[in-house]
Design a protein around this ligand. Structure first.
Ligand code: SF4
Length: 272
């Protein structure tokens, strides 16, 4: 019952980040939230708001119900993340995690001085495994490859944002290979210059699944903004620093494309 998820992805693809960072922070955030609720819960018992005799009993009943719900949600999600098994209501739990817990976890990580990038990479890894576990498979036309503009060589004069096919596929940057990948599988491809353009592309193309390539910061916000649309995040490589001539791990990207088109088993390389 508690066997590790078969959808577990290699930590090397996520800069060495592991799920335990995400799970630990989520648990800590839940306990912190419960402690704050418990604090307010004992106030009526200490004589505050004592004008109403029924208030202490009511506050205990409501407070305990909320604490139990938070702990239940947390346990449900940790079970789902660890085993990859779906349970009833787990989609709502993912929603709450992405919308509520992750911002809280980032705040907590800042307080205890855990590297933000590490937390984000762990979040992306967990998100990807949950997307894989959901079993989503789409037609090529429903799959969107969303790329950042920094993947284009800085010195290239061709404008790609409105039409990626302006690329001459000269081989000086990954765009040519990415277009070849698009043509090979018939999926859609778009290049975005920022979050606003990316959101507009998603609204216009209406994909059923997105494979996004970007840095951890952009992937994290993209996953949150696009929820409940499944977004599988592929971390880019930055040999020249952030936002300059970035590279794409092509084999990891092609693996992801094949998985979502139903052409490859949902197990990472080496775990078949
Ligand atoms: S492959 Fe060549 S033409 Fe295409 S974007 Fe890169 S540098 Fe420009």
């Amino acid at each position: 019952m508690f066997r590790k998820s078969p959808f577990s992805l290699p930590a090397e693809q996520y800069g060495g980040a592991r799920k335990r960072v995400f799970i630990g922070l989520m648990l800590a955030s839940c306990l912190l939230l419960c402690a704050v609720i418990a604090f307010f819960l004992i106030l009526p018992w200490m004589g505050f708001f004592s004008t109403h005799s029924w208030l202490p009993t009511l506050s205990i009943a409501v407070g305990l119900a909320v604490i139990m719900s938070i702990l239940w949600l947390c346990a449900l999600l940790i079970f789902h993340i660890y085993t990859g098994k779906s349970l009833p209501g787990v989609d709502s739990v993912r929603h709450i995690t992405v919308r509520l817990f992750f911002p809280l976890m980032e705040l907590l990580a800042k307080l205890v001085r855990i590297d933000r990038g590490r937390v984000r990479r762990s979040f992306i890894k967990v998100n990807n495994e949950l997307v894989l576990a959901s079993g989503c498979t789409v037609e090529p036309g429903q799959l969107l490859l969303l790329l950042p503009h920094c993947v284009q060589q800085g010195l290239c004069s061709h404008r790609l944002v409105h039409n990626p096919d302006n690329c001459q596929r000269c081989g000086k940057c990954p765009v040519g290979d990415l277009l070849n990948l698009r043509d090979k599988y018939g999926v859609r491809l778009a290049i975005a210059t920022g979050g606003t353009i990316a959101r507009r592309i998603v609204v216009q193309t209406r994909p059923r699944c997105i494979i996004a390539v970007a840095c951890e910061r952009d992937l994290t916000s993209g996953i949150q903004d696009s929820y409940p649309l499944p977004v599988f995040g592929v971390l880019n490589q930055r040999p020249h620093g952030p936002c300059v001539d970035t590279l794409v791990p092509m084999s990891a990207l092609e693996d992801a494309v094949r998985i979502f088109l139903g052409l490859k088993q949902r197990l990472p390389q080496g775990r078949t």
